[in-house]
Design a binder for this molecule. Structure first.
Ligand SMILES: NC(=O)c1ccc[n+]([C@@H]2O[C@H](COP(=O)([O-])OP(=O)(O)OC[C@H]3O[C@@H](n4cnc5c(N)ncnc54)[C@H](O)[C@@H]3O)[C@@H](O)[C@H]2O)c1
Ligand SMILES: C[N+](C)(C)CCCC=O
Length: 486
């Protein structure tokens, strides 16, 4: 099979594609068919070295440019991404298996938003003037960190590359980005477009590989910051390795987020929110509200309406724009989901719908709903990262808040109710970095995104991301005489 936007080599280093066939073969598998659609190579030490040298060499000159000049290049890249949205969306679908219906609106478009937003902010990155006693004063200078390493998960390869690359570059840093080994294609296109927009060589490099390549980058003394999107176990390792080198970090990790539906909620909106928070991208979304707490009074109505709406899901060829539900990203991820479904059945949860792998090629599994799930069940405690919704009953607000927070994770949380006072009370009590009222999984670039507890450190998007890709230099200026003791 060929696809229209095939990158020409495995890596993108110092402004150009780069190949080193000595690296281990990295097959790219189209999840809808299981076919190998390309074979790339993992980065060798020579490729990693070339990327780090290029980044180091290019960064100082980039930082010396005005924010206006840097921002113009990022905004040009955003325009190119929008112009090529369909082509990039098709590539995202080949990389991930997500339906084209989704990728056309959620991936390159979100990446372009990040490039445009941080491109717009670049010229406004300033320090402050601090008046002090005796006519003295101080000022601060906002400076880049240097070389940033970005490491991506496989569920949103274009978006993750842009959510990390755009703020890093806006602040005057260089980046070496390692995509997930499962979805290596899209970040190469991001690099290509950035350079087409005028980004000087060496500032956004892409190197392929798995954990070993990530580890080599994270532990390199020339690297100043590491931003990981991935699972909590990987996050613990990467955070520890970065800490050993006293590097800055952003950790965007996993979750098992609660979605609380009170009996006064608009039923269709609540069902819609639960669908978006469990089945979009075949459930492979970090912030998903997979523990759906439904107040007892509307439990049956909720489950009935949910089953009706799920019957409308169109499962099939993700390139067909009518299809709304695609395959899992890989055979491995499909196996993980199947094992959790078996565990749920074994634990006594009630399978309301779904649960089966689809016959035929590709890594398809039905959207699955368990009801009568209890807090201690494994399916209610561990991140499944697939289309498995757990519905739990509750009676009272205080009770459900305690149960919602009873998890090591803290990425997101949502509440559906017509009582807005109660909604804000719930949100005030949620231990989560990103909350939703009568909605779920919105992630506009203007709003900080990230987790608390084991779900992460730092924030992506919004002005908050600037704090995580820059540092302040403080300068004290004495206007009066220097008083010394001798
Ligand atoms: N919070 C967020 O914004 C967010 C977004 C998307 C996905 N996620 C999370 O990502 C996970 C799914 O993605 P995944 O399976 O690719 O995660 P993963 O943790 O297996 O891998 C993530 C990345 O880390 C790399 N890696 C693995 N070991 C490493 C090491 N020792 N040093 C450096 N790099 C290493 C991998 O090669 C990959 O690129 C889920 O837990 C999901 O919740 C979080
Ligand atoms: C934009 N979404 C859909 C909330 C995805 C954010 C990244 C998490 O997987």
């Amino acid at each position: 099979m060929t696809y229209p936007t095939q990158p020409t080599s495995s890596h993108f280093v110092n402004g150009a594609y780069l190949e080193d066939a000595a690296g281990a073969a990295l097959p790219v598998i189209y999840p809808a068919t299981g076919q190998v659609i390309a074979t790339l190579h993992e980065a060798t030490p020579a490729v990693i070295e070339a990327a780090l040298i290029a980044a180091r060499d290019a960064q100082a000159e980039w930082a010396a440019m005005s924010g206006t000049e840097r921002g113009r290049i990022l905004r040009r890249a955003a325009d190119i991404m929008r112009d090529r949205n369909r082509e990039l969306s098709i590539l995202e679908t080949y990389d991930t298996g997500k339906p084209l219906q989704e990728t056309l609106v959620a991936d390159a478009t979100s990446g372009a938003d990040a490039l445009e937003y941080f491109g717009g902010l670049a010229a406004s990155l300033t320090g402050e003037h601090i008046p002090l006693g005796g006519g003295n004063w101080a000022y601060t200078v906002r400076q880049p960190l240097g070389v940033c390493v970005g490491i991506g998960a496989w569920n949103y390869p274009t978006q993750i590359a842009c959510w990390k690359g755009a703020p890093a570059l806006a602040c005057g840093n260089a980046m070496v980005f390692k995509p997930s080994e499962t979805t290596p294609l899209c970040a190469l296109k991001v690099a290509e477009i950035l350079h087409e927009a005028g980004l000087p060589a060496g500032l956004f490099n892409v190197v392929q590989g798995a954990g070993d390549v990530g580890r080599a980058l994270v532990t390199d003394a020339r690297v100043d910051k590491v931003s990981l999107t991935g699972s909590v176990p990987t996050g613990r390792k990467v955070y520890a390795a970065a800490a050993a080198g006293m590097k800055h970090v952003t950790m965007e990790l996993g979750g098992k987020s609660p979605l609380v539906i009170f009996d006064d909620a608009d039923l269709d909106d609540a069902v819609g929110g639960a669908i978006l928070g469990n089945f979009y991208s075949s459930g492979q979304v970090c912030s998903n509200g997979t523990r759906v707490f439904v107040q007892k009074g509307i439990k049956q109505a909720f489950l009935t309406r949910l089953a009706e709406r799920l019957a409308d899901a169109k499962i099939g060829d993700p390139m067909d724009e009518q299809v709304s539900f695609g395959p899992m990203v890989s055979e491995g991820q499909l196996g993980i989901v199947e094992r959790y479904i078996a565990k749920g059945i074994e634990e006594g949860a009630r399978l309301v719908t779904g649960g089966k792998r689809l016959d035929g090629q590709g890594y398809y599994i039905e959207p699955t709903v368990f009801a009568d799930v209890t807090d201690e069940m494994v399916i209610a405690r561990e991140e499944i990262f697939g289309p498995v919704m757990c519905v739990l009953d509750f009676e009272a607000e205080a009770e459900v808040l305690t149960r919602a927070n009873d998890t090591e994770y803290g990425l997101a949380a949502g509440v559906f109710t017509r009582d807005l006072t109660r909604a804000h009370r719930m949100v005030a009590g949620f231990q989560a970095g990103t909350c939703f009222i009568n909605s779920y999984n919105d992630a506009p670039v203007e709003v900080p995104f990230g987790g608390v507890k084991a779900s992460g450190v730092g924030r992506e998007n919004s002005k908050a991301a600037i704090e995580h890709y820059s540092q302040l230099k403080s300068v004290f200026v004495r206007m009066d005489r220097v008083e010394a003791p001798f």
